[in-house]
Write a protein that binds this ligand. Structure first.
Ligand code: PLP
Length: 374
């Protein structure tokens, strides 16, 4: 028998954090079988058969009866060596998504004279900055990007002074725009936000060949956020932040002890060492495809393409993006539409770089969808 009455549910609803009413669970769109999956910024290539076999061996060596290494020592050491920091500054998470939430959990003290902590980011950008902030009861303030989808540094600096945010998030290359923010504009925000933690999110940095290590080294309030999801390992759910020492200790304190399973740790370590050449080659192929197809997209009538430094294209179509998205899906290609954001985004699509065959199919589907009767 269903014991919960409406009355009970109402009483429990009163216990919920009020900000949850403005959010909904993250549910990616269902992509039917046989449809090209160009909507989630994943790599189109899985591991080779040899790589899968060696990965299976690495996972088979995990002692399944034991809890994982609580510190993920081997992973931290690899990341630390690659990034030139002490392992204590690396805080790993179940994807960088979890690290974003951990940062906000730790850095949640309202600034003097304010009742709420807050985070600041440009818009549009990665949705989890807002989602996590609001889920955890922090204010979320955004500043629109300029017409070229670069940072509006003056407006961001003004927002930093006004908001005094606990954390500032800048993803460069940015999702969904694929744009690499001008370095002097990033520098202006870093300079203005000396009393905040400035997180430079490098989720797509491998496709741009950039790193913000210099900014991190020159500024004690700057952190890097990195993930292996976009370079072909989205299934593993492994990401990390490189943080100032004191902050790393605090974030490690809020981190649940076994947030990274032993299999994820073993797999990530194997991939970042033995399988590294294969992963790097896949990144190079994605970049080559991105640059092959960008001019073909730009050649389509009335389609505008922004320079992409990531593993996706950000395009404006001459009509409502929802209709073009639906037309492409009917032709077997799933992409991401931003029409629900309205305004300047109503005609924007984000299309992940696929295999050469998928990209050719995507071009044909887009051509077809643009020619559909309105
Ligand atoms: C800018 C940015 N940061 C972080 C993430 C989160 O990646 P993950 O949780 O898979 O590490 C994403 C995923 O789309 C992203 O676009």
């Amino acid at each position: 028998m269903l014991a919960t009455t409406m009355h009970d549910t109402d009483r429990l609803a009163a216990l919920l954090r009020p900000s949850l009413a403005e959010l909904s669970p993250y549910v990616p769109a269902h992509v039917p079988e046989g449809v090209a999956h160009l909507d989630a910024n994943e790599s189109p290539w899985s591991l080779s058969d040899d790589a899968r076999r060696s990965l299976a061996d690495a996972i088979a060596r995990v002692e399944m009866n034991r809890y994982p290494d609580v510190r993920a020592t081997a992973l931290r050491e690899i990341v630390a060596a690659e990034n030139g920091v002490h392992p204590d500054r690396v805080v790993p998470g179940c994807g960088s998504d979890e690290v974003i939430a951990m940062l906000m959990t730790a850095l949640a003290n309202p600034p003097a004279g304010r009742s709420e902590a807050s985070v600041l980011f440009p818009a549009p950008t990665f949705v989890m900055y807002r989602q996590s902030a609001r889920s955890l009861g922090l204010r979320a303030r955004s500043v629109p990007l300029d017409d070229a989808f670069d940072l509006d540094a003056d407006a961001l600096v003004a927002a930093v002074r006004d908001e005094r945010p606990n954390v500032v998030f800048l993803a460069s290359p940015n999702n969904p725009t694929g744009t690499l923010f001008a370095r002097d504009r990033i520098a202006a925000v870093i300079e203005a936000a000396r009393d905040s933690l400035v997180v430079l999110d490098e989720a797509y940095a491998a496709f741009a060949g950039v790193t913000y290590r210099a900014e991190r080294d020159a500024n004690p309030h700057v952190a890097q956020l990195q993930t292996i999801s976009k370079i072909g390992l989205a299934a593993l759910r492994v990401g990390w932040a490189i943080l100032p020492v004191g902050v790393a200790r605090a974030v490690d304190t809020v981190r649940l002890p076994y947030n990274l399973s032993a299999t994820s740790q073993a797999a990530a370590v194997h991939c970042l060492t033995t399988l590294r050449p294969e992963l790097d080659a896949a990144v190079r192929r994605i970049v080559a495809e991105r640059d092959r197809v960008a001019p073909l997209l730009a050649a389509l009538e009335d389609v505008r393409v922004w320079p992409s430094a990531a593993n996706f294209w950000w395009i404006r179509v001459p009509r409502d993006a929802a209709a073009v998205h639906a037309g492409m899906l009917r032709r077997g290609v799933a992409v991401r539409s931003f029409h629900t954001h309205g305004g300047a985004l109503a005609r924007q699509l984000r299309i992940t770089v696929g295999t050469p065959e998928e990209n050719d199919r995507m071009l044909a589907a887009l051509r077809g969808a643009l020619a559909d009767e309105p």
